[in-house]
Ligand binder design. Structure first.
Ligand SMILES: NC(=O)c1ccc[n+]([C@@H]2O[C@H](COP(=O)([O-])OP(=O)(O)OC[C@H]3O[C@@H](n4cnc5c(N)ncnc54)[C@H](O)[C@@H]3O)[C@@H](O)[C@H]2O)c1
Ligand SMILES: [Zn+2]
Length: 379
């Protein structure tokens, strides 16, 4: 069952009907203007710890804070450095201590204002401070609006790998103000767009076709942007509601990600060379071509996917990554480090067609190696 979508003035509301932990995602231009009243309804003691990063604090925190104060709330601002490095154990403990210093208790709220880094870090902190206080997600990147703020996965990175320490902690509310994306650098916006396209590719051919027709309006901030965020949240929510803890179907959300994570590991998570959504764009194209090579999917679908992502300005080939190229062995090794390996064989999300992804376990390493040998040949 798809979660219902309802519209109230220009805002779109998507309901995530998890048993005991249902919540709403409020989407639209100006959605953050409603932050104060919506959060005041949740925070009965009136205290809010507003966690954000330096960039977002300078751009958007004053306005959000004003809305909280106007609704009678007392916010305390907690600012961490921008970037993936803040998903560390040291920063986690600093944020937890700052939340405690702000006297946040069970009746109060942690508000995560920022991209996926802030959402993952603050969500994790909220889940362990006092054994769990509520978190409201206010995502400010496209990636966070369509992916990381919904679904309850929180966490930090370890020297052993990304996101290896964390919890499931569903938000009490998500407020996705699409106007906040106007200040996002184009490169970050496009990276988030790869995840929007992913939802079409994994389960909704009509959504992908709609993206092909409307991508310019999505990028420029027209009405299609709100609809794209809503369609993505609906797609993610419906999967999360059926499989909250990724025992099965939720793995479909990893379409393109086995390849993407290997590429990110190869560049050592150097965002100047490759940001996550760019790796996902290349990964989606590789997953499609791999599906073609295994005789599962028509070649024209793979070309159509590559064509659309390239048109949007995303990289689609391994050779699009600046700097030295990986070898097949380096990529296969990186894939083996990823958590989707069992007994030496790999799990991939593959496609029968656009909109028809499925989970394929026990993919033979030799098939992957032969495919990557070919993929690395192309310029
Ligand atoms: N929990 C999940 O389910 C999930 C899913 C996908 C990704 N993630 C995580 O999300 C993180 C990536 O998130 P991200 O891409 O949002 O990165 P990010 O949070 O680092 O944000 C990217 C950059 O944009 C800046 N920024 C944020 N909002 C802005 C705005 N409105 N205007 C201008 N600049 C702005 C940030 O300061 C940062 O420099 C990764 O750590 C990844 O592991 C989590
Ligand atoms: Zn992703």
């Amino acid at each position: 069952m798809m979660p219902p979508i309802s519209s109230n003035d220009s805002m779109i509301s998507v309901h995530v009907p998890l048993p005991d932990r249902a919540y709403d995602i409020l989407i639209g231009r100006g959605a953050s203007d409603h932050a104060g009243t919506r959060i005041a309804a949740l925070a009965k003691n009136g205290r809010v710890a507003l966690v954000t990063d330096r960039h977002v604090a300078d751009l958007h925190a004053d306005k959000v804070e004003a809305s909280l104060i106007q609704a009678g709330l007392s916010p305390t601002r907690i600012i961490v450095p921008a970037g993936e490095r803040s998903k560390s154990s040291a920063t986690l403990i600093e944020v937890c201590e700052a939340i405690l210093a702000a006297r946040i208790e069970r009746g109060d709220i942690v508000l995560a204002l920022g991209g996926g880094v802030i959402g993952d870090l603050s969500g994790f902190a909220a889940s362990i401070v006092r054994r769990g206080v509520r978190v409201v997600q206010m995502p400010t990147t496209l990636l966070a609006q369509v992916d990381s703020s919904v679904g309850g996965k929180t966490g930090i990175n370890s020297p052993h790998g990304k996101n290896l320490i964390g919890t499931f902690h569903q938000p009490s509310l998500v407020i996705a103000d699409t106007a906040l994306l106007d200040t996002l650098p184009l490169r970050e916006f496009r990276a988030g767009y790869a995840e929007v396209a992913k939802y079409g590719l994994l389960g909704d051919a009509k959504l992908f076709a709609w993206c092909e027709a409307n991508w310019q309006d999505i990028l420029s901030g027209g009405p299609a942007r709100d609809l794209a965020v809503a369609a993505s949240c609906r797609a993610k929510a419906s999967i999360v509601v059926r499989d909250e803890r990724e025992d099965g179907e939720r793995a479909l959300l990893n379409l393109g990600h086995t390849f993407a994570h290997a590429l990110e590991r190869f560049v050592d998570y150097n965002g100047e060379r490759l940001v996550h959504g760019e790796a996902v764009a290349i990964g989606l194209v590789l997953a499609a071509h791999f599906s073609v090579k295994l005789g599962l999917c028509a070649g024209q679908d793979a070309s159509r996917i590559a064509g659309h992502l390239a048109q949007v300005g995303l990289p689609t080939r391994i050779s699009d990554i600046p700097g030295p190229r990986p070898s097949t062995a380096e990529l296969v090794d990186a894939m083996k480090q990823d958590k989707k390996v069992s007994r030496g064989n790999l799990t991939f999300i593959l496609m029968r067609a656009i909109g028809e992804a499925f989970i394929k376990r026990d993919v033979d390493i030799n098939e992957v190696t032969a495919f990557l040998d070919e993929a690395l040949q192309e310029r």
